[in-house]
Design a binder for this molecule. Sequence first.
Ligand SMILES: [Zn+2]
Length: 83
Amino acid sequence: MIKYQLYCQICHYKHLFGDDEVKNLSLQKSSDIQGSIPKLNPLSKKIETQPIKKGKYKSKCPKCGRMIFVTRYNEPKQEDNPT
Ligand SMILES: [Zn+2]
């Protein structure tokens, strides 16, 4: 089942794949990014930390060698579903 896609904007290389192929693609994971600096909540007097953004999987484009990120295939777009 196809769940992800690799798309290179430079040379338009495209590769669709599923969970079973993730292992074979030797994907690299970029490091997790912290949402923002922890803030002190004036009401609760507690320090609130933002959720950490998970790093994205990336791979090297086999055609042009650029780093490209893995995106979800057929991810529903907000613009397509106006409320
Ligand atoms: Zn490319």
